[in-house]
Design a binder for this molecule. Structure first.
Ligand code: ZN
Length: 377
C-alpha cells in the first residue's frame, strides 16, 4: 500500500472508521495530546496537527495519550470489566514459565508470587494500584486489590502488563532460529511460551544491574531490599507491605554516605546517584530508551555513563527496551547454563560463546533469558 500523504491522513480522521487506527497517530500541537484517527474528540485544525507512525514516537516528541481514545493501547487486546481487566495473550505465551523466574528469590521486595498469582504495586499519575495477575486459558486476568481505579488507569495497567511480559513480540522467528540450533532446540521445547519479563522502570533496571555487579544474587537482593525499604513508596495490604521502586527524583538528592549505611559500596552509590541525576536532568529519558531501535546507539549512550560497562548496558537494554540483540556475554549465569547444558568440564570462554552465538543473531536477549530459566530448574 502506498503511504498516505499528510493531507490524506487529515482527510481520514473520522470517528466512524477504525480503518486507520494503528496506521498513523495524530498529535495536536495546541493541546500536547495525541489520538487515534477515530477519536471522537473535536476535529483539530489542520495547522495544529502532526502525524506519527507509532504511539511511542508521539510520546518521545512530548505528546500525552488522549484519555478518550487511548491511542497507546492500540494493538493491545484488552477487555475492561471495571472491577478487573482481561488481556488476550498470544498462543506462544505461558504465564507459568514466567512465574518460575519471578519466584526465584524469597527476598524479592517489588512483587509477590502467591500460588499461581503475581501481585505488584504500581503507580499511575499519583494513584497507587495493587494488582493481582492470574492466568486463565488464553487470557490474563488482572484484579485491582485496593480499589478500582479510573478507566484511564485501568487502561494503563493493561498496557503495563502487556509490556511487562513482552506480549507484543512475535516469537515465531526466534522459535525458527531455535529449531536449527542444538542448544536452543531443547530449551525452547522445555520452556515454550517463556517471554522476557521486563523491568518497566528503566531507572530500576540500571540500579538493579549496578547493585548486582560483582556480588552474588542473594546479597544483591538484600541490598535492593534495603534500598527500596529506605526510599520507596509503600502500601500495606492485608498486613503485607508492597513497595514501589524509589524514584530518580528522590535518589538524585541523597548522598553517597546515605547509601553506604545500607552497605552499598561507595562506587555503586556514586553510580546509582549519577544515573538518578541523569534521569532528573533529562540526559536519560524513559521514552527515548523504549523507543530506540538501534542497539549500538543505545549501548554507546549507556556505556558513556559512569559505572556502566558492557554487561550492565546489555542487561538494561535486554530488560528495559524492545531490542532483542542485547547479549550480556560476560554473565556468569550464561556461562553456568552453557556449561551444564553442554556437559562441559569447565565454563566456556567468551570466544567460544561468540562462536555459538553466531546462530542467535537478533535474538541474543531471548537466548539469555532461556539460559537463565534453565538455571532455575
Ligand atoms: Zn483521542
Amino acid at each position: 500500500m502506498k503511504p498516505l500523504t499528510d493531507e490524506e491522513k487529515y482527510e481520514n480522521l473520522s470517528p466512524n472508521s477504525q480503518e486507520f487506527n494503528g496506521v498513523f497517530f495524530t498529535a495536536v500541537k495546541s493541546t500536547g495530546i495525541y489520538c487515534l484517527p477515530s477519536c471522537t474528540a473535536r476535529r483539530p485544525k489542520r495547522e495544529n496537527v502532526e502525524f506519527y507512525d507509532c504511539a511511542l514516537e508521539a510520546e518521545k516528541n512530548g505528546y500525552r495519550a488522549c484519555k478518550r481514545c487511548l491511542p497507546n493501547l492500540c494493538g493491545v487486546p484488552w477487555v475492561d470489566h471495571k472491577e478487573s481487566i482481561e488481556l488476550v495473550v498470544p498462543k506462544s505465551f505461558r504465564f507459568k514459565e514466567c512465574l518460575v523466574y519471578l519466584d526465584r528469590s524469597t527476598n524479592e521486595c517489588l512483587h509477590r508470587v502467591k500460588g499461581d498469582a503475581f501481585l505488584k504495586l504500581l503507580k499511575f499519575e499519583d494513584v497507587l494500584v495493587l494488582i493481582k495477575i492470574e492466568s486463565a486459558g488464553q487470557k490474563l486476568h488482572v484484579t485491582f486489590l485496593n480499589e478500582v481505579p479510573t478507566k484511564w488507569v485501568r487502561a494503563q495497567v493493561a498496557k503495563y502488563v502487556w509490556d511487562l511480559f513482552d506480549l507484543g513480540t512475535n516469537l515465531s522467528k526466534f522459535y525458527e532460529v531455535a529449531k536449527r540450533d542444538p542448544i536452543l532446540h531443547g530449551l525452547v521445547e522445555r520452556y515454550k511460551g517463556l517471554r522476557i519479563v521486563k523491568i518497566m522502570d528503566v531507572f530500576e533496571g540500571f540500579c538493579w544491574a549496578i547493585l548486582g555487579q560483582q556480588i552474588n544474587l542473594p546479597f544483591a537482593y538484600t541490598l535492593k531490599r534495603r534500598f527500596v525499604e529506605a526510599y520507596g513508596e509503600k502500601m500495606v495490604y492485608e498486613d503485607e507491605r508492597y513497595y514501589l521502586f524509589p524514584s530518580p527524583e528522590i535518589i538524585s538528592t541523597i548522598e553517597v554516605e546515605d547509601l553506604k549505611k545500607l552497605q552499598i559500596s561507595t562506587r555503586k552509590a556514586e553510580y546509582i546517584i549519577g544515573v538518578a541525576k541523569a534521569f532528573q536532568e533529562g540526559t536519560l529519558k524513559k521514552t527515548d530508551i523504549t523507543f530506540e531501535k538501534d542497539y549500538e546507539a543505545l549501548k554507546s549512550q549507556f556505556v558513556a555513563l559512569r559505572g556502566i560497562g558492557n554487561w550492565t548496558a546489555d542487561y538494561v537494554i535486554m530488560k528495559c527496551s524492545s531490542i532483542n540483540q542485547a547479549f550480556p556475554i560476560a554473565d556468569v549465569g550464561i556461562h553456568n547454563a552453557l556449561k551444564g547444558i553442554l556437559s562441559l568440564e569447565k565454563k566456556p570462554t567468551v570466544t567460544e560463546i561468540e562462536k555459538l552465538a553466531e546462530n542467535w543473531r537478533g535474538w541474543e536477549a531471548y537466548v539469555t533469558f532461556y539460559l537463565w530459566r534453565w538455571l532455575y530448574d
